[in-house]
Design a binder for this molecule. Structure first.
Ligand code: ADP
Length: 287
């Protein structure tokens, strides 16, 4: 059985405006996404990230090229519902994704539309709410929840459809630090424990560290594609592309440039602290 969940081949796309002008937004994207992987997608504003994401669950169709989800082409109209049940999408603003008057009704909404039987629906809603740690608040009105809680309800609504892959388009952009942590912990758990493939567009470099692979888009092309550690070794290139790096990476690069004997390849604050400690110990010994 293939280990690939999503494959794009020479994916090209333009939005045609009223005058028929169509600048290229995706310019030959070739990607293979492995089942169970956690892929972060980076790129400056307008590089094509959201447009690409919308192709991966058939919201948009390519102008040219092909996309397969678990071997099924997204251009096969009869398979659209099948594709969208395999690949769910969570957007930036939880308020736009919540439709019902209680948490559990909201999570059930998509299933009701699919005509899932009551017993099955009840089971799936319960499991989804437990998975995002929101089961205790199932009777609560969504508008009384915090941003992080609302976003977790939106994730539960997608989870209830039992997808194999979830695309997150800047899921923490509108949240405070507590909400961001809750949502990131949820995403990491879904990937690790339920083996759901995660594709996450983000501007927060510290969230990228959680990924197993980073794809950097620039002007509709894949400009970099490697592990977070490899990507963040190349801070200069990221800067050229209008991107940042995690604070820990920037600090070690600054220390190295200032002549300190550190390796600038730590990612997390803990690794960074260890590297600085090791450097200080070396200096003690040399004294
Ligand atoms: P990103 O997510 O990286 O910020 P987008 O995919 O949103 O990039 O946008 C890529 C380009 O496509 C931008 O130039 C943007 O203005 C344009 N674009 C996005 N959505 C539309 C749309 N619905 N109609 C026309 N142009 C669009």
């Amino acid at each position: 059985m293939s280990n690939t969940i999503i494959e794009t081949k020479d994916l090209r796309f333009s939005y045609t405006d009223a005058e028929g002008v169509a600048p290229i937004v995706l310019d030959g994207v070739n990607l293979n996404i492995e089942k169970g992987s956690f892929v972060a997608v980076l790129g400056h504003n307008g590089s094509g990230k959201s447009t690409m994401a919308k192709h991966l669950n058939a919201i948009l169709q390519p102008s040219d090229g092909c996309i397969w989800i678990d071997g099924v082409s997204t251009s096969d109209e009869e398979m659209l519902w099948h594709i969208r049940s395999k690949v769910g999408m969570v957007f930036q603003n939880p308020d736009n994704q919540i439709v019902a008057t209680t948490v559990e009704e909201d999570v059930a909404f998509g299933l009701e539309n699919l005509g899932v039987e009551y017993e099955e629906m009840h089971k799936r809603v319960k499991e989804a709410l437990i998975a995002v740690n929101m089961y205790d608040l199932r009777k609560r009105a969504p508008h009384l929840l915090s941003g992080g809680q609302k976003q977790r309800v939106a994730i539960a609504g997608i989870l209830a459809m039992e997808p194999r892959c979830i695309i997150f388009d800047e899921p923490t952009a509108m949240l405070d630090p507590v909400g961001r942590r809750e949502v990131m912990d949820t995403i990491i758990r879904l990937n690790k424990e339920k083996h759901i493939t995660v594709i996450m567009i983000t501007h927060h470099m510290d969230e990228v560290i959680c990924a197993s692979r980073v794809v950097v888009l620039n002007q509709g092309k894949v400009e970099m594609d490697a592990s977070p550690r490899e990507i963040f070794k190349n801070v200069e290139k990221l800067k050229e592309l209008g991107l940042d790096a995690p604070q820990s990476v920037l600090l070690l690069h600054a220390l190295k440039d200032a002549g300190f004997d550190v390796e600038a390849n730590a990612l997390t604050p803990e690794e960074c602290a260890e590297e600085i400690l090791a450097c200080l110990k070396k200096r003690e010994v040399q004294k």
